[in-house]
Design a protein around this ligand. Structure first.
Ligand SMILES: [Zn+2]
Length: 439
């Protein structure tokens, strides 16, 4: 009898059943979190292992129910109120078949869901994005606001605080998260930019929520930005490494090994988005073509000016201007840089980053660099621009909404671009316009 049990155990180990697959009874929902963005609400279920789940949309009252067979809720997982107009409340039910999560909705809404495998900093996750339906009036107000900025004749600086929401970016051992530090620096930067009457600043996010890379690019394009400044904070396994770096895009490779590593880290974080798996080759090619203009030349100058200004700090030493292939910079047709303000893995850098006056100093000097760049190279006139379109080839299973989401458009903009109604049927292989770019 003893021998028999031993053989069964051996068999289980040799099949990998013990080590690699979470058995049904030990599958746990460890945490449920939500973030409210202006255009959607994201809910992430942190799972102890890979899971199969089923989603049902129910009416009367409106709700979305997620069944995860064989799972249970870890202690501490409780229902909670979201109350953001997209989700009223998130409830949990312990059913005989497993755990069930229910989103109570004030009204019916489109959603998308996907599962993610664990990476260096995150466990297995199931992610839900629920769309915020804007009223026609809200859409109009948004459009008018953009129109007002575009027609003001002011120089438009797009400020891009890295990460956000379910993606914290780099985390320090000293309790500081990249997404929070950079958001604060960006608010300060916006204030400095807008102190000048002929400048306007637009932020790609203004709170703790995740913004996909296409949405960031779309915001930059919608507002016809004159430059794009992405703000980050770095980390490295060697705790002694510290300082600030300014990057611009390279299509041929990184300027050194460290630059390559930074690009890999910032790019990997985009695995939170499905778009990386489904990006259409044609679109990618067109996006790459765009950057073959003089934009790279201008970006390198902008990087030099900003680096020059932030080099004056005796607190956070400058590490210079570098080149690397950053996804977020890759498809932007305006001078674009990425500033790694300091290292969150270094105790001294963290000490300075925690100080409000240091963040303020960084923001003021990034702004100075931008002002000096535009004094030397004023943006070219916009009124001679000609429009052209980029297209997307519809894949099986895609809907107008999922395509709009992928490219960071709202559904009505996508419909307008294509002269579609919301009920237009699309079919696999069809080419549809996804956005307009000024040449
Ligand atoms: Zn970052």
């Amino acid at each position: 009898m003893k021998n028999k049990r031993f053989i069964i155990l051996l068999l289980l180990i040799s099949c990998g059943a013990v080590s690699s697959v979470t058995s049904a009874s030990s599958l746990r929902v460890n945490r449920i979190r939500s973030w409210t963005a202006p255009d959607h609400t994201r809910v992430v279920l942190d799972m102890s292992g890979e899971s199969v789940y089923r989603v049902r949309v129910l009416d009367n009252p409106h709700r979305i129910a997620i069944d995860i067979p064989g799972s249970r809720f870890a202690s501490g997982v409780e229902p909670f109120t979201v109350g953001d107009g997209v989700i009223e409340r998130i409830r949990i039910n312990r059913l005989r078949s497993g755990g069930q999560v229910v989103f109570d909705l004030p009204r019916k809404t489109d959603y998308s869901d996907f599962a993610l495998k664990p990476n260096r900093s995150h466990p297995y996750r199931i992610v839900f994005d629920l769309k915020r339906n804007l009223s026609d009036r809200e859409v109009q107000v948004k459009r008018d606001r953009i129109e007002e900025i575009v027609s003001s004749g002011k120089k438009v600086v797009i400020i891009d605080p890295g990460h956000g929401g379910s993606d914290p970016g780099a985390c320090s051992r000293f309790g500081l998260q990249e997404k929070d530090v950079v958001l604060d620096i960006c608010f300060l930067l916006k204030r400095y930019i807008e102190k000048k009457p002929d400048y306007h600043a637009v932020m790609t996010r203004e709170g703790d929520y995740y913004v996909g890379r296409y949405r960031r690019i779309q915001i930059a394009r919608e507002h016809q930005g004159d430059c794009f400044v992405s703000v980050h904070a770095n980390r490295f396994d060697n705790y002694n490494v510290r300082g600030s770096e300014v990057y611009f895009l390279s299509l041929t490779g990184a300027s050194d090994e460290n630059a390559q590593r930074v690009a890999e880290r910032e790019n990997v974080l985009h695995d939170l988005e499905r778009e990386s798996r489904t990006l259409n080759n044609d679109v990618q090619r067109i996006l790459l073509d765009l950057t073959e203009t003089d934009i790279m030349e201008k970006s390198s100058r902008l990087a030099l000016y900003v680096n020059d200004e932030i080099s004056g700090s005796r607190n956070i030493p400058p590490r210079g201007v570098k080149q690397a292939n950053f996804v977020v910079l890759r498809s932007i047709s305006m001078p674009s840089i990425l500033v790694e303000t300091a290292y969150l893995s270094n105790a001294r850098d963290v000490r300075y980053l925690k100080k409000k006056d240091m963040r303020d100093w960084i923001a003021r000097n990034i702004a100075e660099g931008i002002f000096r760049y535009f004094e030397a190279y004023p943006p070219s006139a916009r009124d001679v621009a000609v429009s052209s379109y980029f297209s997307h080839t519809v894949c099986r299973g895609e809907t107008l909404w999922s395509i709009a989401e992928k490219y960071g458009l709202d559904l009505s903009s996508l419909c307008r671009l294509n002269d579609f109604s919301r009920n237009t049927t699309i079919y696999p292989g069809q080419e549809i316009r996804v956005y307009r770019e000024k040449n």
